[in-house]
Design a protein around this ligand. Structure first.
Ligand SMILES: CC(C)(COP(=O)(O)OP(=O)(O)OC[C@H]1O[C@@H](n2cnc3c(N)ncnc32)[C@H](O)[C@@H]1OP(=O)(O)O)[C@@H](O)C(=O)NCCC(=O)NCCS
Length: 232
């Protein structure tokens, strides 16, 4: 892969908000964020000036929350840091075969009616931020056991040419049965079928998930810092 093909992954939130996700975005000047309930990710230009930060603050409102993991710039000093966590971005390198989605018989596509169960599973397993309208960002797949949702994964950010795989989680009582691996493979297959490439983000401390992604054919591209700020 040429390095310039992946350059858009330096700011995947901005790339998504200004491309495939414009219908789910709010914009003021050169600042962008998602609609409430979809995501709290925000974007400003690569070298933001005071006006860009002021526009983002106006979009979010007083005491608003800005998730800026995709932005290398630091907000003004009166923005209160809320958290910072080391993570990595991984990209699928395409050197291993994936099973076609049709072969994944017990996977179901999740929709708005599944949101309460998706929120419950995310709350129990903590795969990363997940909100009531996050599923509108892409395809979400699940696995049910005894009627209950026990595993899910889906598509989140979508900068040009790429789709992020996210919300990968399995209920504690259903782990170790290959659910996450099958869900991720099915999503990889779907992303590749529209000529895009899969990528994802994972916390540096999440060694189980990193090992899983590594085995599935992802490799680390860059370090990221998951970080949130509160507006003045
Ligand atoms: C990471 C996670 C999704 C794996 O789910 P799963 O359905 O158990 O995964 P699989 O059964 O497909 O396991 C795939 C491989 O990882 C291994 N594995 C899974 N969970 C593991 C754990 N907690 N510790 C060590 N290895 C683990 C399995 O043994 C399996 O190995 P194998 O392929 O050599 O047999 C699950 O542990 C989870 O929900 N964690 C909390 C949420 C989270 O961190 N999500 C990732 C966000 S980036």
């Amino acid at each position: 892969m040429r390095s310039e093909d992946a350059a858009v992954l330096d700011d995947p939130v901005g790339g998504s908000l200004r491309c495939h996700h414009t219908a789910l975005a709010r914009r003021l000047g050169r600042a962008d964020t998602y609609l409430p309930g979809v995501a709290t990710f925000c974007a400003v230009p690569r070298d933001p000036d005071a006006t860009d930060w002021a526009d983002l603050a106006r979009l979010l409102g007083r005491d608003g929350f800005a998730d800026l993991f995709s932005c290398r710039a630091t907000p003004p000093p009166d923005w209160e840091p809320v958290f910072a966590l080391d993570g990595r971005q991984m990209i699928w390198t395409g050197d291993r075969p994936v099973e076609p989605r049709a072969a994944s018989g017990d996977l179901v596509e999740l929709s708005a009616t599944d949101v309460p169960e998706m929120l419950d599973l995310a709350a129990r397993t903590q795969p990363g931020p997940f909100w009531p309208r996050t599923h509108e960002l892409g395809t979400y797949l699940g696995i049910r056991a005894g009627g209950n949702l026990v595993a899910m994964a889906g598509e989140r950010l979508r900068p040009p040419g790429w789709t992020e795989i996210s919300a990968v989680c399995t209920a504690p009582e259903a782990r170790g049965r290959g659910h996450a691996a099958r869900l991720v493979r099915a999503l990889v297959s779907g992303v590749l079928s529209r000529n895009e490439r899969p990528f994802l983000h994972v916390a540096e401390t999440n060694t189980a998930a990193i090992a899983l992604y590594d085995r599935l054919g992802f490799e680390s591209r860059t370090q990221v810092t998951f970080r949130g700020f509160r507006t003045p």
